[in-house]
Design a protein around this ligand. Structure first.
Ligand code: ASP
Ligand code: MG
Length: 437
């Protein structure tokens, strides 16, 4: 059971977690994020130190410390556990204050970022102790490791974790940190922003869990973006393939990398709402529930690049040469469409864009369209459903479409549109494809 930042962010939410966990009959590993806002504050602290602005870093540290002191004062009441909680907060903020005095490095910035999850789990553990709830505190740094490519080492995670669990067969409740891990140099590292979901899925895979529950503040993956479209509904069931398409294309609810461990080890993932625990949420499993459209999602800040060349006609190796340029600049490509004399490609970062354009110009004329949005329509076998395609395009006749990607996967149709049409297209699709006004 993984609880995100807002699910641990207030003392009463931590109480809520205890009540959710207590209902379980099977043993549970609880994975916690940092309290909401903490990781952002730690990023800021790191940036200030890196920029030599120690004064502002110190202010941010002090403000955060005050937040934690208030938090534990409200959460933990008995003298003995209260002392413990105070000591935990003091220890971690003393560490941040020491870092302030030594010269900054990349490795140290990772140490700073790790403080959030270390604090939330230790505080939660003390709170469980106060309630007399038997549990084991499971330091993620003892089993969660990544390799030289920042990839989690699932084999070794499995071995280490089962060794620890085997030594504690009497325990029914375990508490560990999301997000943090160790790298091959033995340093503290992390699974990138939002990585606690990834931790949960990796643990689920490593221990062959019956289910991996991701508890957040929304009742599952919705059919459309609730921040933009009023009338959205949670999707009850979807396949790993559908979820992967959606998690990547902007549905911010789940870290995209967290799909593969669950999929590979076939662990069902449930997206649930801490604030509304009785809601069904979304279950992601191997099989999709029926054929048809499930959801629409948008990905912003896309740049489209068109390379036009008559030399492409009847030539081979042309695409390889183009792709190699993106590989050289380590820039992932999202969408690709081709005609006989042109290729259009999308990327989601303008890092190295100048260099990329310069190299592409060797192959033909290059045109750039910035500020585009990918609209992804996801559903089991949707591209095979004739009526779907008709409904899809029928409902957006007034919108200029820059690219269409159809058939890459049977579960996804992606459209590229200028960003200013995003809200309109999401709303029109909600009506046209889901019949929701
Ligand atoms: N605390 C980390 C973050 O905010 C990891 C997570 O919450 O998933 O990115
Ligand atoms: Mg998250």
């Amino acid at each position: 059971m993984k609880f995100g930042g807002t699910s641990v962010g207030k003392p009463e939410r931590m109480q809520q977690i205890v009540s959710l966990v207590s209902k379980e009959t099977e043993p549970v590993i609880v994975v916690l994020s940092a309290l909401s806002g903490t990781t952002n504050a730690l990023v800021e602290i790191g940036n200030h130190i890196a920029n030599g602005d120690r004064g502002t870093a110190k202010q941010t540290i002090d403000k955060l410390e005050k937040h934690y002191q208030d938090f534990i004062n409200e959460l933990v009441k008995q003298p003995a556990t209260s002392e413990k909680a105070k000591a935990i907060v003091a220890e971690h903020f003393e560490f941040l204050n020491i870092i302030l005095k030594i010269s900054f490095s990349e490795a140290l910035s990772k140490d700073i970022l790790a403080q959030g999850e270390l604090l939330s789990t230790k505080i939660f553990s003390v709170y469980l102790e106060e309630l007399g709830i038997n549990h084991l505190f499971l330091p993620a740094l003892e089993f969660m490791t990544i390799d030289h490519y920042d990839e989690p080492q699932i084999g070794s995670i499995k071995v280490k974790l089962s060794q620890i669990l085997n030594q504690h067969k009497d325990k029914k409740l375990f508490v560990t940190q999301g997000y943090i891990c160790r790298n091959p140099r033995g340093e503290v590292d992390n699974l990138k922003r939002g990585g606690s979901d990834y931790t949960a899925s990796l643990i689920g895979a490593a221990i062959n869990a019956s289910v991996c529950e991701i508890w957040t503040d929304i009742d599952g993956m919705h059919n459309n973006d609730p921040r933009i479209v009023k009338n959205t509904v949670p999707v009850e069931q979807m396949s790993f393939d559908e979820a992967a398409e959606l998690a990547y294309f902007g549905a911010k609810i789940l870290h995209p990398a967290s799909i593969w461990p669950a999929q590979q080890y076939n662990i069902p993932v449930k997206l649930l709402n801490t604030m509304q625990p009785e809601a069904k949420g979304t279950t992601i499993a191997e099989k999709a529930a029926g054929v048809g459209v499930k959801a629409v999602a948008a990905k912003d800040n896309i740049i489209a690049i068109r390379i036009k060349s008559s030399r492409m006609l009847l030539a081979y190796g042309f695409l390889r040469k183009i792709f190699e340029v993106f590989e050289k600049y380590r820039t992932p490509i999202d969408m690709v469409t081709t005609s006989e004399v042109a290729v259009s490609i999308t990327i989601d970062t303008d890092h190295n864009l100048k260099e990329i354009i310069k190299e592409l110009e060797a192959f033909g004329t290059v045109e750039i369209d910035k500020n585009q949005t990918i609209i992804s329509v996801v559903g089991n076998e949707i591209s095979q459903t004739e009526l779907m395609v008709k409904k899809l395009f029928g409902s957006i006749l007034n919108i200029p479409i820059r690219m269409v990607s159809y058939g890459g996967s049977p579960h996804n149709i992606s459209l590229l549109v200028p960003a200013e049409y995003k809200n309109q297209i999401l709303q029109q699709l909600n009506k046209g494809m889901f019949g929701l006004e």
